[in-house]
Ligand binder design. Structure first.
Ligand code: BDP
Length: 695
C-alpha cells in the first residue's frame, strides 16, 4: 500500500508538472496530506447504490469512484461486503427538488438525493469537500438549489465560430456530428454537472434557422444524448423568422394560424429527436434580429405563440429583454423597460423573460437592470456574461464573481427593504412559479477551455452562484484555487486576494467612476472614447460619456433622461444626488463638472485621471503578486497566466493613455501629480486602435 501511494505521488508530481489546465477544477490528484487521506479512507472502501441505477445515478457513482480513487490512491469496491466504511447512494423524497443530504451514520456515509440529480450533486459536493481537504467526519449537510434552471448560453454558430468567444472555436463539431462524438463533450458535461448547471442553450442567440432543420436536429440530439446522463437539458436559440426562412411561409406573424401550426409541428419534431428538450431561447426585434414587431405584434404575442407550441411537452420559452429600438432622442437605458414593463402579466405560464444584469450591455460596472423588481407577474431570469466581451477578452485577469455578487445583492426595494435582485430572480420576492439564471459561456476549443486559465474561475463561480447566490465570492475563489492551483495556504491567500481585487482594477484602468461603453467598436477589449459615428448613435462612445468643456457623464436624473426614475424611490435616493451618489455610479447618472470636488477630496478630473494611473499600477501589482506563487503552482500554468498579465499591462496602458489624452481635450487640465503626462500622443493611440481594427 505504501509503495502504491509512493508511486502515485511520484506520478502525480509528473502529471502536475505538465498541466495544461484541461482538467479544470476536477483534477482528483492524490491528496498530499496523509492524515486527510486516512480520514476519508474510513468511508471510502465501497460505493453502494440503493436506488434505481438510472444513467444519472450511474454517472454519480462512476464520478465518485474516479474522484476517490484519484484523491486517495486506493481502489473503491462496488458493493457492501462489509457493514461499514462505505458510501451509500439513495433517494430521499422529503428533500427539496434536486437537493441532497450528506450524512455520516452507522459507520457509513449516506448521500441522499430527492431525485437522481440530487444524488449527482451530492456526490460532487463530497468530492469538493475532499478536494479542498475539508472535514467530513461526523458530517450532516443539506443543500438545494435556489434557482430551478441554471443555464449556460453558448453563442456558437453553425460554422464553428463563437460570437464573442475568446477561447478558440466552438466545442461542437457540427460537421462531424452526429456520427462522431468528441470525448470532450462528456468532459464538458462533467464540469457543468460538478457545479450544478442543469441546462445549456447550445447556439447563438443571433440564431441561424439551420438549427431547426432535420440535419441539425440529429446533431443536436447527439449532444443531448451525451449531456443527459449528467442531468443537463438542451435548449435551442431560434430564429423567429424560421417559418419563412425554412419553409417559405409568406410571413412569420405570430397570430397567423399557419405560422402557429408551423411552430407546433416543429416542436413535435424537435421532441421526437429529444424527448426531454428544454425549450427555445429567443432574441427578437433586437439588433436586427427578426421578431413579432415586424408584424405589428408584441413580444408577448411572439413568446406566447412559441409557448403554445411547447406547452404539450412542458417546454419553456426564454424570451430575452435585450432590446433597444434606435431612438436618437431617447436613452438606451430605458428601452427594455419601456417595452417590457407594460407586458407584465401578459405572458403565458411557460414563458420566462431573460434580462441582462444591467440596462446597457455587460459593462465592467453597471447599475442593476430596472426591470428587476418591476415585473411581479412575469418570471425574470438573470443573464450574466461569463465570456469577457467587455472585460478584456481572454487576456485580462478579471474574477467575475465580484461583479455577479454586486448585482445579485443590489436592493430593488420591490417589496420593501431586502428585496435584492437575487431574491427577485430566485422567486422569493414575487413568488415566481419558475426561476432561471443564464450565463453566456466562455468555453471554446482551447485545451484549457477558457483561454485565460483564471477565467475558468468565472465559469466555476457562475455555476456555484446559480446554485446558491448566498455563497461569498471569497469562499468560491478559495475552493476553486484549492482545486485548480494549490492548497499551500500562502499561495491560496495571494491568489485569492488578487482575484478579489481584479475586477475593480479592471474598472480603474478602463471605465472609472461610472464611465461606460467607450470601448472600440470592433475591439471591445480596447478603448475608443472618441468614437462618434456608427450605424446607430447608441453604438458610439460619445452617446454615453457626453464629455464637453464643462464636464463628463450622462445626466439620467429628472433634468436629463430620467432613466433613474425607473427605479424604486429608495434606489433613486442612493443615486440621484451627485453630492452623495456612490462614486462607482456617478457618471452613469450625472454630468459632472471637471472641477467638481468629490468625496475623496479631489476634483473630478484629478480623481478620474488618477484612477487610470492607479489601474495600470495595480496591474503591475498583480504581476508582482503572481510572481510570488511561482514555485507553488504548476510551471506551465504559471507561465501562461504571467504572459497574459503582461499583455494586460500593455492593454491597460493603452486604455489609460487613450482615455486620459482624449478627455484632456475637454478638461484642458494637466495630469495630477505624482503622475506624468503620457509620453504618447492622442494621435499615436488612435493609430493603435485603427490598426487593431484592420481586417
Ligand atoms: C452584445 C454583443 C452581441 C450580442 C448581443 C446580445 O456585442 O454580439 O449579440 O450583446 O446579447 O453585447 O444579443
Amino acid at each position: 500500500m505504501k509503495n502504491l501511494i509512493l508511486i502515485c505521488l511520484i506520478l502525480n508530481v509528473c502529471v502536475a508538472h505538465a498541466d495544461d489546465g484541461y482538467r479544470l477544477w476536477l483534477k482528483y490528484d492524490l491528496l498530499s496530506d496523509a492524515s486527510k487521506r486516512a480520514e476519508y479512507q474510513r468511508f471510502s472502501t465501497f460505493i453502494e447504490v440503493r436506488t434505481e441505477p438510472t444513467p444519472v445515478v450511474q454517472t454519480a457513482q462512476a464520478e465518485l469512484k474516479r474522484g476517490i480513487e484519484g484523491l486517495l490512491g486506493a481502489k473503491v469496491g462496488a458493493t457492501a461486503k462489509l457493514k461499514g466504511g462505505g458510501i451509500i447512494l439513495q433517494k430521499n423524497e422529503s428533500l427539496p427538488e434536486e437537493g441532497y443530504r450528506i450524512e455520516s451514520k452507522d459507520d457509513n456515509l449516506f448521500i441522499s438525493g430527492k431525485d437522481e440529480r440530487g444524488i449527482l450533486y451530492g456526490c460532487f459536493e463530497l468530492l469538493r469537500l475532499m478536494q479542498t481537504e475539508s472535514p467530513v467526519s461526523g458530517i450532516k449537510i443539506e443543500q438545494a438549489p435556489k434557482i430551478r434552471l441554471r443555464m449556460l448560453n453558448h453563442w456558437d454558430n453553425p460554422l464553428g465560430t463563437i460570437e464573442r468567444g475568446y477561447a478558440g472555436a466552438s466545442l461542437w463539431k457540427w460537421y462531424e456530428l452526429p456520427e462522431t462524438i468528441d470525448p470532450r463533450y462528456q468532459d464538458y458535461a462533467r464540469a457543468n454537472a460538478s457545479i450544478g448547471i442543469n441546462a445549456v442553450a447550445i447556439n447563438n442567440v443571433n440564431a441561424s434557422a439551420r438549427f431547426l432543420t432535420t440535419e441539425y436536429l440529429s446533431k443536436v440530439k447527439a449532444l443531448a444524448d451525451v449531456f443527459r446522463p449528467y442531468g443537463i437539458q438542451v435548449f435551442l436559440s431560434i430564429n423567429f423568422a424560421s417559418p419563412k426562412i425554412l419553409d417559405k411561409l409568406p410571413n412569420s406573424d405570430p397570430l397567423d394560424p399557419d405560422v402557429r401550426k408551423w411552430w407546433q409541428e416543429k416542436a413535435k419534431e424537435v421532441y421526437r429527436y429529444i424527448p426531454d428538450f428544454g425549450g427555445f431561447l429567443v432574441k427578437a426585434n433586437s439588433e436586427g434580429e427578426p421578431g413579432p414587431q415586424e408584424h405589428g405584434r408584441t413580444h408577448a404575442d411572439g413568446a406566447n405563440m412559441l409557448a403554445e407550441a411547447l406547452r404539450p411537452f412542458n417546454g419553456k420559452v426564454i424570451w430575452r429583454a435585450f432590446v433597444y429600438s434606435p431612438d436618437p432622442a431617447g436613452d438606451r437605458f430605458r428601452e427594455a423597460y419601456n417595452e417590457f414593463k407594460p407586458l407584465d402579466g401578459l405572458f403565458d405560464k411557460n414563458v420566462v423573460v431573460q434580462v441582462k444584469n444591467g440596462p446597457i450591455d455587460f459593462q465592467p460596472r453597471e447599475p442593476f437592470h430596472p426591470l428587476f423588481g418591476a415585473m411581479p407577474k412575469t418570471p425574470l431570469a438573470m443573464e450574466f456574461q461569463i465570456t469577457q466581451e467587455y472585460l478584456g477578452f481572454s487576456t485580462n485577469l478579471v474574477y467575475l464573481a465580484t461583479l455577479f455578487k454586486e448585482c445579485l445583492e443590489a436592493d430593488t426595494y420591490a417589496s420593501g427593504k431586502g428585496s435584492t435582485v437575487a431574491k427577485v430572480v430566485d422567486g422569493s420576492v414575487h413568488q415566481y412559479a419558475f426561476t432561471a439564471i443564464a450565463g453566456v459561456a466562455n468555453t471554446g476549443s482551447d485545451r484549457n477551455w477558457t483561454g485565460h486559465l483564471m477565467s475558468q474561475a468565472n465559469w466555476y463561480a457562475y455555476g456555484r452562484l446559480a446554485w446558491d447566490h448566498t455563497l461569498s465570492e471569497a469562499q468560491i475563489a478559495d475552493e476553486w484555487i484549492k482545486m485548480t492551483w494549490t492548497k499551500a495556504p500562502a499561495a491560496v491567500l495571494t491568489i485569492k486576494n488578487l482575484m478579489l481585487r481584479s475586477r475593480e482594477i479592471y474598472v480603474n484602468h478602463t471605465t472609472p467612476l461610472g464611465l461606460h461603453h467607450v470601448m472600440g467598436q470592433g475591439i471591445h477589449f480596447g478603448p475608443e472614447p472618441w468614437l462618434s459615428r456608427s450605424a446607430r448613435p447608441d453604438w458610439t462612445s460619445i452617446y454615453y460619456h457626453r464629455a464637453d468643456s464643462a464636464g463628463i457623464g450622462f445626466n439620467r436624473t429628472v433634468t436629463g433622461s430620467n432613466a433613474l426614475g425607473l427605479y424604486h424611490p429608495e434606489v433613486q435616493k442612493q443615486w440621484n444626488n451627485p453630492e452623495t451618489c456612490d462614486l462607482n455610479y456617478l457618471l452613469w447618472f450625472h454630468h459632472v463638472g471637471w472641477n467638481k470636488r468629490l468625496s475623496t477630496g479631489k476634483s473630478l478630473w484629478d480623481e478620474f485621471s488618477a484612477r487610470y494611473y492607479q489601474g495600470v499600477e495595480e496591474v503591475g501589482w498583480m504581476q508582482e503578486e503572481w510572481a510570488k506563487v511561482r514555485d507553488m503552482v504548476d510551471p506551465e500554468m504559471y507561465a501562461d497566466v504571467a504572459g497574459r498579465l503582461a499583455v494586460q499591462y500593455r492593454e491597460a496602458l493603452n486604455w489609460r493613455d487613450a482615455c486620459v489624452l482624449y478627455f484632456q481635450t475637454f478638461s484642458k487640465k494637466p495630469v495630477p501629480a505624482p503622475f506624468q503626462q503620457p509620453t504618447r500622443t492622442l494621435e499615436d493611440l488612435k493609430k493603435i486602435v485603427e490598426i487593431y481594427q484592420l481586417k
